[in-house]
Ligand binder design. Sequence first.
Ligand SMILES: Nc1nc2c(c(=O)[nH]1)N[C@H]1C(S)=C(S)[C@@H](COP(=O)(O)O)O[C@H]1N2
Ligand SMILES: [Mo]
Length: 366
Amino acid sequence: MQKNINKCSLFLLLLTIMLTVAACGGKSETASPAAYDNEEILITGLKDSDYKISVGDLKKLPSLTKKSEASTADGEIVKAKATGTLLENVLQQEGKSIKDYSSIRFTAQDGYSIAVPQDVLKNRPIILAYELDGKPLVAENQPIMVVVPGERAMYWVRMLDRIELKTGAQQTPVKKVVFLETAVKSLPQEDYQYYDSVDKAIKTQDLVESYAGTDEVNNVFIKAGDELNKNESQSNFIGAYIKMTGKEAPKFLAPKLPQGMHVKDVLCINYGESGFFAYSQGKKVLSPKTLDGQSGIALSEVIKQTGLSRAAKYKFSSGDGQSLEFTVNELGSVLIYQNDQGILVSRCPGAADKNVENLLSIECMK
Ligand SMILES: Nc1nc2c(c(=O)[nH]1)N[C@H]1C(S)=C(S)[C@@H](COP(=O)(O)O)O[C@H]1N2
Ligand SMILES: [Mo]
């Protein structure tokens, strides 16, 4: 009897050991970070031909773990302890450095994309993270998550797919400022379903074709009223909309763009040599100017925000095809305001013949 019990408990013990070993084996396999080690990130601009690096290769480079924080568009703080390698380590393998590039664009598998500007590249480490809080990445973050400690969460790109390294001039000097509110009047406006509301939107393609031309541009810069600055690729920009009414207007958005790429409260957009300025947003965030009881924005503020180039003479054009010339000295005191009918007007103090109604654009003359 005693013997039988012993045999029985021995069997149970063996069974327990076998099951435990099996379970551990299975578990260590799913928990193993090796699951996405073979996935590759494409890097362009590093070598003449496209360059691919796998997660496994990234793990062979010096690793670091850093407690990191970022703020989202709503002002929330996200925190994570990121483990990975610095993008700088990848570039140095090929004899390059982040310093050699003017901007770096990250694109994710879900279509999300963002360019990191030079001031961020200069001041922050760019971590290619393969672990978060000591654990392998969850599926929504795999195979790599870009972590830029201390920067806005928009730079923390999950599901990284490719890295484009860019050199050269960033922004083309602006030769013309187009006032968005006047410009959209001559463009087709579509109903745009936005949550519970149906707002009016224009296609960016229509805007650009009518007022900026069809030439290729390097970058599109979007500046928002809250000082957010974004640099969008021409192709991402051109396939989108600007919602002109309703919540957060003017808002750059598109049904096919991930929400994180939408830009609310747009103040100005620089597209090649053209700058588009949203008066409605300027009125909210720029310092006001008053002239004979009319409250508006100083033209000098518009020039400052858009970066309009200096010239001896400027041409002011109205939406109905009239134009007037101004010398650079006359510009200093010009007020831009919206009249009772919502029409944009530029006003030059003491020169009534120099007022422009339905102001469309201001451009540098040769
Ligand atoms: N791949 C990918 N990464 C992304 C985004 C995205 O839509 N896709 N959104 C970005 C933005 S704008 C923010 S605020 C944070 C939000 O993180 P969450 O997706 O965990 O909310 O992720 C950033 N990284
Ligand atoms: Mo965001």
